[in-house]
Design a protein around this ligand. Structure first.
Ligand SMILES: Cc1ncc(COP(=O)(O)O)c(C=O)c1O
Length: 655
């Protein structure tokens, strides 16, 4: 963790000034933003697609610009230039490693389209990858269909790698695509696939290129540790690979075995796991090569991580190495094993998906309101809180008031205990019918006001007593946000993945609230209460007080990998709007593409509703209500208009 980071002032404590540097520090932007994100003098997040401050895009300005074009939040903003920059970073990292290690062959990447199958994204990756000769990876039949079309007229060096389960027609298509001129390699994941390759190669008189996935003994690491190791779902045991060699030899096709592959797991957080896996794979490669296989490629799979929390550590949402270090280790390991075994260096292929796509997408959403537990303010005089006879006040209420009144720095824990006990007694009395609703309300106000007062004292302390450490979280606000976690940040819900989240404006202003985020699904899981921090995970996020009538926008960053296609339609919240923003050669930015989000009608049709029939069905009922005098014609028209409008409207709230 970054020990040089400045300790932010506690919330509620001001030294009179706050500037954008403080916000950069508070939200750890330089750490996770990797030169792509910063804050400008106006207090807005800026995006620097090629990492240089000379060319930056004001994200708030983009969101405002979209609003003026009737595209309201939530919206995924994709920065195509970042995608391009990531690909060139990958290329450069390997080029440097190749030069430094005197490696005698080249590197290429294939983008696994499952990471983000959206046509525009895959097209851009493929287009930008042209100058480096990068290809694509497919993991299923539908993905193969997309890849085969997108690689029209591809030169030989741009590879297509086919992973995943393959049936007869899949393999047949791959063999035929070889005839079409594609450099396409089916990676044998289980033994049956080999028979299919042999069958179709013979049928179409093709000498296929064949790859094999090795079940490594080296264990994977992190959340996707099961992608590697002997219990992994895919790949051949060494015994099976030896059998495969025998079969190929018997068919006089050992020269067709051109590639060995492994996938050591996604988001590898620890570089040692990378080293172990590549080392083992390189030895398998060398052995097979020496046995006469026509090997040319070594495919190290995916796994290159993304430092989501910017800590640079061996933590699930981080990684303890850089892209350069990864490239250097991969090249060095493969090179040294080949040198030791006296064989030529192969082309190195990586299937780096997350590291290519994550940075280029940002999810921007607006807040709808907030609920605060520390809103209960009470006076120091009980008469101001209760106008009745003081003798009527039940003992727990009096005790609570006393706890509130006598809070001082010395008595924080004691007063907290008193308040807890008094509230418990009051609730017991209420449940026995001995306390009125009015006194229960007073208890509630007194209790939360006491907690808030204690918390405010704690914020000024250097060391908060352990028992009071949880108060900040208990009293945190809930900010209601116009998006669905399930649709837009599924990994946050499913596997606790952390994404950097922060406001995109007002960053020259000190945030004075602490909050967690709740989405608009009717599901208590639809929330985010873990946030990245330079120390441990933060349970609340520093936020600004909402201003009536003014939008407050937040954004989740680094969401370009896996989130869009893993998202689901919980509560029928559909795809958000997506826009592609590009830097303009003459300065500024422009919108290259707009993909409007799902309409309610579209998501209903996904659920098999006949959308054509819905409106007439509903309109009939409105007519009936008018005829029977339950509604005026104007009311019925208003309801019909709502229905028709919303069927064609965005599934999210539009203000
Ligand atoms: C076979 C294969 N290759 C590549 C990838 C992409 O991995 P990453 O996004 O970690 O680079 C995956 C994803 O898990 C995979 O299963």
């Amino acid at each position: 963790m970054d020990s040089t980071a400045k300790k932010p002032l506690p919330l509620g404590v001001t030294n009179g000034s706050w500037d954008t540097e403080d916000s950069l520090d508070l939200y750890q932007v330089p750490a996770w933003g990797k030169h792509y994100f910063s804050i400008n003098a106006a207090g807005h997040v800026v995006v620097r697609p090629d990492g240089s401050p000379e060319r930056e895009i004001d994200l708030y300005e983009v969101v405002e610009g979209l609003r003026q074009r009737d595209l309201t939040a939530p919206v995924v903003v994709r920065f195509s230039d970042i995608l391009r920059h990531r690909l060139s970073r990958l290329q450069k990292a390997f080029a440097q490693a190749i030069a430094e290690n005197d490696y005698k062959n080249r590197y290429t990447a294939v983008f696994p389209i499952k990471v983000n199958q959206q046509r525009l994204v895959v097209e851009e990756v493929y287009r930008y990858g042209d100058e480096f000769g990068f290809g694509l990876e497919a993991g299923s039949k539908p993905e193969l269909l997309a890849v085969m079309a997108l690689t029209e007229n591809a030169p030989e060096q741009r590879m297509i790698i086919c992973n995943g389960f393959k049936d007869d027609s899949y393999i047949e298509a791959v063999i035929l695509a070889t005839k079409l001129g594609r450099t396409i390699i089916p990676v044998i994941e289980n033994f049956e696939e080999l028979q299919l390759v042999l069958k179709h190669a013979a049928k179409y008189q093709v000498r296929p290129r064949i790859g094999v996935r090795v079940k490594l003994a080296s264990e994977g690491a992190g959340r996707w540790r099961d992608s590697a190791g002997e219990k992994s779902k895919f790949g051949l045991f060494v015994t099976e690979i030896l059998e495969l060699v025998k079969v190929l030899k018997a068919n006089d096709m050992l020269d067709c075995l051109e590639l060995v592959h492994c996938h050591p797991g996604s988001q590898l957080q620890d570089i040692r796991k990378v080293k172990d896996a590549i080392n083992e794979l390189a030895h398998v490669y060398a052995e097979l090569k020496l046995m006469g296989a026509g090997l040319k490629y070594i495919d190290v799979g995916g796994g290159l991580g993304v430092d989501y929390d910017g800590s640079g550590t061996n933590f699930e949402s981080s990684m303890n190495y850089t892209m350069n270090e990864y490239a250097s280790d991969v090249v060095y390991r493969i090179g040294s094993v080949c040198n030791a075994r006296g064989i030529d260096h192969p082309v190195i292929v990586s299937e780096s998906g997350r590291a290519t796509a994550a940075h280029h997408s940002v999810l921007v959403f607006n807040t709808l309101g907030s609920s605060c537990l520390d809103k209960f303010r009470i006076s120091d005089r009980i008469e101001d809180e209760y106008s009745g006879d003081r003798d009527e006040l039940p003992q727990p209420v009096l005790d609570l008031f006393e706890a509130y009144r006598t809070i001082s720095e010395r008595r924080l824990v004691e007063c907290y205990h008193d308040a807890l006990q008094a509230r418990e007694q009051a609730l017991q009395m209420f449940n026995l019918g001995l306390l009125s609703l009015e006194f229960r309300g007073l208890t509630e106000r007194l209790y939360w006001a006491t907690c808030a007062k204690i918390r405010d004292y704690c914020r000024k302390l250097d060391r908060v007593p352990e028992e009071l450490e949880g108060l900040e979280l208990i009293l945190s606000d809930t900010y209601f946000c116009n998006f669905s976690v399930f649709q837009s940040l599924p990994d946050s819900w499913a596997i606790g993945q952390q994404f950097p989240i922060m406001p995109i404006h007002r960053l020259d202003e000190k945030p004075t609230r602490n909050g967690v985020l709740a989405d608009i699904t009717c599901d208590s899981d639809g929330k985010i209460d873990r946030f990245v921090s330079h120390r441990e995970v933060k349970r609340t996020l520093e936020l600004h007080e909402l201003k009536p009538g003014e939008e407050y926008y937040l954004a989740a960053f680094l969401v370009g990998a896996y989130q869009e296609t893993l998202g689901d339609l919980h509560n029928l919240f559909g795809d958000t709007h997506v826009v592609h923003i590009r830097l303009h050669d003459e300065g500024g930015w422009w919108i290259e593409e707009i993909v409007k989000g799902d309409t309610a009608g579209k998501v209903l049709s996904y659920m098999e509703y006949d959308v054509e029939r819905l409106f007439p069905q509903f309109a009939r009922d409105c007519e009936r209500a008018v005829r029977e005098g339950r509604m005026t014609l104007a009311e019925s028209q208003a309801l019909r208009r709502f229905y028709e409008w919303e069927l064609n409207g965005y599934t999210y709230l539009e203000g």
